[in-house]
Design a protein around this ligand. Sequence first.
Ligand code: SF4
Ligand code: SF4
Length: 253
Amino acid sequence: MATVADGRTELSDPPQHEAAKGGPLPEHYSRWVAAALGGDLPVEHRASCASCSMSNRVENDSRELFDAAVKCCTFVPDLANFIVGSIIRDDDAEFAEGRRTVEMRLDYNCATTPLGLLTPKPVSHMYRDIVRPHKLFGRSRDFVCPHYIAEGGRCGIWKYRESVCSTWYCKFTKGSRGRDFWLRGLQPFLQAIDSVVAVHCVQVVGLDQSAILEIERLGSDPYDASLGAQLGQMTESTSRRICGNFYERQREL
Ligand code: SF4
Ligand code: SF4
């Protein structure tokens, strides 16, 4: 995956998974992408997630495999506010476990901001200093995503997965062309939309302008890791500043 200068992408080595990889994007992304691009998206047959192709050795295969118990889900995704809202409003009984994983992050109140759930600073640092250099991505159960459901090896929030998880594949049917399309084209496009929509949402609900400015002060890009970094161990005063008039109603926000 392409690496850019912010800490968020340091994390975005990859995540992904689930049986239907190569299937459609989450519904909200599908609509936006169809409107922007039209046509069908490429289908990635080689990333066979049901029987993870990175976790199963084939004949004459000398690769260092992923751990089948976590596959490529050793990653903690940012979840933009509108995605979090969609998840906690989804009362489908079959989605209860996935919803619980998001509520757990909200309750923990670590890197929870009006713009969404960010990746906490300590996690960013672990990826940069431990996971990457020691090639633990996909190989260490210690870094498994909080939304990963061990039973069945499933993503708990599959239908609402964010831009990195929606566009990451370990293999591409059309090689570098596919890689460029998903990782250099669609992924930054969706991340940019996530950022814009997240800011729009807090403006629409009437978050104090001072809180919006404070979030911007903490990180010029709402999803810049510096923001996640500074909010990784969020103090009450920081939380009050960035939540403004919604401090007592963070769940509502
Ligand atoms: S490593 Fe590849 S095949 Fe395995 S779950 Fe991830 S995207 Fe699917
Ligand atoms: S959100 Fe889902 S697809 Fe993304 S890393 Fe977590 S479990 Fe995997």
